[in-house]
Design a protein around this ligand. Structure first.
Ligand code: SAM
Ligand code: SF4
Length: 354
């Protein structure tokens, strides 16, 4: 695996070595949850500095430790061989990684064979430049993070004045035929009052919208408790304004949806604190340096890079996945009730992605 063919080489089609379907052991954890979904971070770097995600002066992972695109592809192949059918590319900001479209193109060739879905989560700043190439690679859905439509508030929240580029990126994705879902972290006193307008705007554009509760991951200079807005209260408030009906819609993630009669759109809630987020967890997360975190809210870790760079990469990768299944905890232990508490985990969300 170490001498994998570069993704940009003319021999690229050789990379599509489809594993024998049905022969591999599926990934099932100790709580009988079947893992079919990989969230693969391709960089922890980002062109924004969302105040709930990272500090302005963020320390990034050393570049020398980051997996090459070829290694990321081989890693994904190891997961697919064990029954993963859905891959979400994330970060940091995945679209700031040079030549990242090559990885989408290579993985996209497996769609319809042993991969059912290839998606990404992006902040949208570079989406206008990449939307068509992503669609061509086989991406059908993108999650775009958008916490506010107010330019000044966006600049304050992300510490960068990039709202126009993000809106342009969302429009380009739609024009390229990608189904867009907007993700907004609900933040007390920041976008709290604007949420109904944000939802109505998203639905008006034909996009689903999902609200997320903030999680205590990494040191971010601000008091977490001041940021935290419980979504059960938001939902009650929205239900006084609109007619919400439970929806059976699922996207493979932790979001639970309602349909809103008045906007004609769908609204998701990701509720690590006020809802049951862990019960149906079907995911594993890998950082750009090949560290597998079986739980977003836990410190458990398995080093896949060592397996990948060993003498017997396939066998060692598969054994490492078995170890991840063994240690995947039943649920996270985040708490959002202690002022001044240290982060639940030192790791920032930008390492594992969302
Ligand atoms: N940069 C891309 C983006 O922002 O969409 C992908 C990576 S980002 C870490 C993935 C998602 O995590 C985003 O929707 C972001 O809003 C969310 N996020 C970041 N830090 C978070 C935190 N501490 N709690 C909850 N969500 C967070
Ligand atoms: Fe960057 Fe996404 Fe984190 Fe914002 S949430 S700083 S866009 S990685």
């Amino acid at each position: 695996m170490n001498d994998a063919v570069p993704l940009s080489s003319p021999r690229k089609p050789d990379l599509i070595l489809l594993p024998e379907l049905g022969t591999a052991r599926p990934l099932v954890d100790a709580f009988r949850r079947r893992i079919t979904y990989l969230r693969l971070s391709v960089t922890d770097r980002c062109d924004l500095r969302c105040s709930y995600c990272m500090p302005e002066r963020m320390t990034f992972l050393p570049k020398k430790d980051v997996l090459s695109l070829e290694e990321l592809y081989e890693l994904a192949t190891g997961f697919i061989a064990r029954g993963v059918t859905k891959i979400r590319i994330t970060g940091g900001e995945p679209l700031v990684r040079r030549d990242i479209v090559d990885l989408f193109t290579a993985l996209g060739r497996r769609l319809g064979h042993d991969l059912e879905e290839l998606t990404l989560t992006t902040n949208g700043t570079q989406l206008a430049a990449h939307a068509e190439a992503l669609a061509k690679a086989g991406v059908r859905r993108v999650n775009v993070s958008l916490d506010t439509l107010d330019r000044a508030k966006f600049a304050e929240l992300t510490r960068r004045d990039s709202l126009p580029q993000v809106l342009e990126g969302i429009a380009a994705a739609k024009a390229a035929g990608l189904k867009v879902k907007l993700n907004a972290v609900a933040l007390k006193g920041v976008n709290e009052d604007e949420l109904p307008d944000l939802i109505a705007w998203g639905h008006g554009q034909g996009h689903d919208v999902t609200l997320i509760e903030v999680m205590p991951l990494g040191d971010v200079e601000e008091e977490r408790l001041d940021q935290y807005l419980p979504l059960d209260a938001v939902r009650e408030s929205l239900a006084r304004r609109w007619t919400l009906t439970e929806s059976a819609h699922r996207t493979g993630g932790p979001s639970r949806y309602v349909d809103i009669a008045e906007t004609g759109g769908r609204l998701g809630f990701i509720t690590p604190h006020t809802g049951n987020f862990c019960e149906g967890c079907n995911r594993l997360r890998v950082t750009a340096t090949g560290q597998l975190y079986p739980c977003l809210g836990g410190g458990e870790r398995v080093d896949l890079r060592a397996a990948l760079r060993s003498d017997a990469p396939e066998a060692n990768l598969s054994a490492a996945l078995d170890e991840a299944l063994r240690i995947k905890p039943e649920k996270h232990h985040f708490r959002m009730d202690q002022r001044g508490a240290a982060p639940a985990l030192a790791r920032h969300m930008s390492m594992t992605g969302g």
